[in-house]
Design a protein around this ligand. Sequence first.
Ligand code: GLC
Length: 751
Amino acid sequence: MSNIHHQDTDTLAALVAPYRKTGVTKRSEDNIRQSVEELLSQMTLEEKIGQMSQCADSEFSFGADIEAGPTDVLVREGRVGSILGAFNSHRTFELQKLAVEQSRLGVPLFFNADVIHGYQTIFPIPLAWASSWNMEQIREACVIAAREATASGITYNHGPMVDISRDARWGRVMEGAGEDPYLGSLIAKAQVEGFQGDNLFNEETLIACLKHFVAYGASEAGRDYNTVDISEWMLRNIYLPPFQAGLEAGSASVMNAFNFYNGIPIAGNRFILNDLLRKELGFDGMLISDYGAIDEIYVHGAARDRKEAARLSLDASMDIEMVTQLYEQHLPALVAEGKIQIEQIDEAVRRILTYKYEIGLMDDPFRYIRPEKEVEYHFNAEHLQASLELARRSIVLLKNERRILPLPQEGLLQGDMTVALIGPFADSKDMLGTWQFSRYKEETVTLREGLQAKGIADTTLLYAQGSGVNEAIPGGIEQAVKTARAADVIVLALGEHSEMTGEAASRMDISIPAPQQRLAEELVKLGKPVVLVLTNGRPLVLDWFEQHVDAIVETWFLGSQAGHAIADVLLGDYNPSGKLTMSFPKHLGQTPIYYNHFNTGRPVTEENREEKYISKYLDGPNDPLYPFGYGLSYAHFTYSALKLDRDIIKQGESITVRATVTNTGNMAGEETVQMYIQDLYGSTVRPVKELKGFHKVYLQPGQSTGVEFTITEDDLKFCNAALEWVAEPGEFKVYVGTSSVDVLERTFELI
Ligand code: GLC
């Protein structure tokens, strides 16, 4: 197990021990309020602004390189209140000592990090774990991530990312929960609860930060940092709900989005940050800018100079400036010129200090710095098992013709069957995805290792890389074809490397890179069964593969235990149960594409498909290749007996929806039964479908079970043109099924 401490753990723990305070108890709200006022009264203007400033400690940057003083000077001089990217207890101890012992007032630092899908033990990327539809396991993943991160002294997460995204060209789709506000809201809640627990004073909990407020995922053309231009009606119906859910779950912090809203960059947008987030949604936590976003108000061209940018951001109630120094450079002059009030600064510092008291830092500045817990927690067997279980559930089976999967494990073990494992992801450690900083990357389980761990001999599990991710390998295809000729079945492991998604990773072409496509085409010519296993961070255009291979397994980036999870599914030790939370387009030209679209005035129907003047393409279908909610199983689930206990409800009443689900397959498996509604007409147009509930059932072959949903008036509410959240009388359809497309339907009326 690699350990990067400059001293070994025991030495470091012994150094930290004298600094730990014992008998520290959680202060009351009143006591915290008084203590904050007392400390505030002692602070100079520069020290207050210091609390509002964050510097990056790590050698790497998340954006344009920012010039800042060396971290230890800034800390010693009280010019920063938080540090981004100090990734271990050695460094957090060093910096906390500087702050506590050498800055004038000794105010301890927050240590911030992007703990998006694990800290040292890496879990599936969020778009993958969203496909599990398993809130308990997502929450547990965040509990574990917080436990591991806080052991290193990290106290303030830059996550969860809860942006709705509908355009797979945008690289940051990997970081979110996909295209649906209902599911996105449940996952936002689960993550905030996982990170923060029920008590931020607990030293194993982490301040959560909902990001990126708001509608960053609507960037035009899927190009990162690009223009977002949506109505408030769309904002409130689609992009706001996951943030509302995260706020209701108690998130202590929010981070702004890079884009503008109504022409004003959100970092300086009073309506979005002050009026909507703070006043209307009641958020009184810490608002932190995204990386350089205050400076970018000027770059956007929404401020004459950087001083004006700083004023706009403070006026929008931005509390913490991430890594740039406009607050330090310009707020004193703005106060002196009367362009901002000292009360605005005090308000920001109050919020920051309040949380430093809330989490116990003020009374025990080293309480989170526990080298001994790093050893106990980081990458331990229990955490790896949790990562494996969530990874299994995140896998989505997209195709399985001729029941080629699961592969016959016995046959493979006895050498009766030979597999050719081919492709750049056949034996790759690049299975963690982006937005992770684990020092255990080399311990990532590859697909080949996962299959070998099942006991399959190398004489039965033949291997050839065949091609790189974006470049051909001289002779690679020839070698791969030769290897494949000697096998009965080909497992083709293709995809994107981890830095092809994430921030600043938009792609114009979301297909499998050409060298890999060429490899696939040569292998398919052999006429042998082909199983495509995908490692990727976004929906890809897979139409050629849908037509030319027998099975397709979407495995995303599954984290530290990836190879074991994929091997479990390929060999039938786990029956795949994942369901897509983002539509997979049939063609790039369809993006953005999503299930909860509007009817338009000229929808395509079965009857008018050949007509001209309807909303369709001349050169392809409207429908995605794989829709939201889609995912196959080795079992087979049929739906019947969809019934409503009534077909008319009054305001305030509810409807009970029942259906029967049967496993008509020959393998036990888990099914996520989905329930959608359609509001057939309203004072504004309404989506053709909206997810409003789901249940997981586990059925043995031949077993049936009843499922029950309750639809209440709240489920029928939407934001109308007057921006009121209302349920309107009218007719509705209810759909229940195995995906957003394959459903039974009934109707009811709200009067
Ligand atoms: C990056 C990202 C943000 C992240 C921050 C670094 O630019 O936009 O999500 O939290 O900067 O922490």
